[in-house]
Ligand binder design. Structure first.
Ligand SMILES: [Zn+2]
Length: 406
């Protein structure tokens, strides 16, 4: 522990700087669909992360494919992804990642930070994940200050579409996962410091029903109602809740129809699906297909399903468990008790795990109220969590943690 002290003690001197970074970044709206704000955020992040001396580039994200109210597929460009790499040929390579986007659009009322008390900062994205960006940056700076870095390479990915399931950056996450040996993701932990363990999986699907329009008064029986077909399908989908163990099917949005004297020929429903594990995911998938097959039996109705399982379940396998144990030991060295609980929430950790990378994905600061106007971060946890990740990387660099190479 003592040989790591200079780097860890240095982090104590950086507390004010970390607080200032979080405040500065949270004051910029970087909602996923605010390209101007994301560009501004990208410039600030490139500037801040230049202290690390890695090779930096902006990578293109894939465009977002979505089904519009007209039932047609639309493509929408997504912001570029920051990629920084250092010592790519080192025998051990760590992936570090977190997102710069937030759930708050540019016209959302929650736009500024406020000090609730000496240790609590409320504001948009302060925990999720601008605090995480600061923790990741400072943990790496602490590592780079050490002389024992030769054996440890690292790769940073900062995406701008995590809050919508990372549709544009998923392929970049998967590529990076293949080049690295373990993953550190800086989503916030719970206010008491509890990390997320196993995670369930999630999918987003859109069903487009098409029928045949007809005037209600003159030719009602020639028409085929897309809304009627959708309604019985939604009922069937709702019945999956409770009958498929470990699965949640939420029809969150419906639209369709038009003038009420016309049999509606278009209806659209959007569904969020959750599964606690792979078995549940397979079962839901099978039932979804069956519901779809039944829906297509409606006379004169066509049904198309778009979407996918965006985040496969993230189980606590042996390698991941070992990594958590190393994190817990680092915590103990620092006087922290690190626990973890399973969660139904998903994040990029699901995608990294699915690509074969053992990942701890809640190494950001302690906080809460995320995705609401009550979002807060506990400021003392910024240094605390930067030390935790720095210590883990320092132990990897010196070989004190002997992590298996791929
Ligand atoms: Zn997040």
């Amino acid at each position: 522990m003592t040989s790591y002290s200079p780097s860890l003690d240095w982090l104590d001197t950086q507390h004010q700087r970390m607080c200032a970074l979080v405040e500065q970044w949270a004051a910029i709206n970087s909602g996923t669909h605010n390209p101007a704000g994301l560009e501004k955020m990208t410039r600030l992040l490139l500037d801040a992360f230049s202290s690390l001396g890695g090779d930096t580039e902006l990578l293109d994200a894939a465009s977002l494919e979505s089904v519009g109210s007209d039932g047609q597929i639309h493509q929408q460009p997504l912001a570029k992804v920051i990629h920084i790499i250092k010592r790519p040929d080192a025998p051990r390579r760590v992936f570090l990642g977190i997102h710069m986007d937030t759930v708050y659009p540019a016209d959302h009322p929650f736009q500024s930070t406020q000090h609730v008390d000496a240790n609590t900062l409320r504001g948009p994205g302060v925990a999720d994940a601008k605090g995480g960006l600061a923790v990741m940056l400072l943990a790496l700076e602490a590592l780079e200050r050490s002389s024992a870095t030769d054996t440890l390479g690292w790769e940073v990915l900062i995406n701008a579409d995590e809050e919508i399931g990372s549709p544009g950056s998923a392929h970049l996450l998967a590529d990076a996962a293949k080049r690295c040996h373990l993953g550190l993701v800086f989503e916030p932990t719970l206010a008491d410091g509890t990390l997320a363990g196993a995670r369930g999986g999630a999918g987003r699907f859109t069903l487009v029903f098409k029928g045949k329009p007809a005037h209600v008064g003159r030719q009602f029986h020639d028409g085929r109602s897309a809304i009627d077909a959708m309604a019985s399908t939604i009922t069937a989908l709702s019945l999956l809740n409770g009958s498929v163990p470990g699965a949640i099917v939420n029809v969150g949005h419906v639209e369709g129809g038009g003038p009420i004297n016309v049999v509606p020929d278009l209806a659209i429903c959007r569904i969020n699906v959750r599964a606690t594990n792979q078995d549940a995911q397979n079962a839901v998938q099978q039932h979804l297909q069956q519901v779809l097959t039944d829906a297509r039996r409606h006379d004169g109705i066509t049904v198309q399903m778009h979407g996918q399982w965006t985040s496969p379940p993230k189980p606590m396998d042996h390698a991941t468990q070992t990594l958590f144990q190393h994190v817990a030991v680092c915590g103990r060295d620092l006087g922290l008790s690190i626990k973890c609980n399973d969660t139904a929430g998903v994040c990029d950790g699901n995608k990294l795990a699915a690509a074969g990378l053992p990942t701890v994905d809640t190494l950001g600061p302690r906080g809460g109220g995320i995705h609401s106007t009550q979002e807060f971060v506990l400021l003392d946890s910024l240094t605390e969590r930067a030390k935790l990740s720095a210590l883990l990387m320092l132990k990897l660099a010196t070989g004190q943690i002997d992590w298996p190479n791929k």
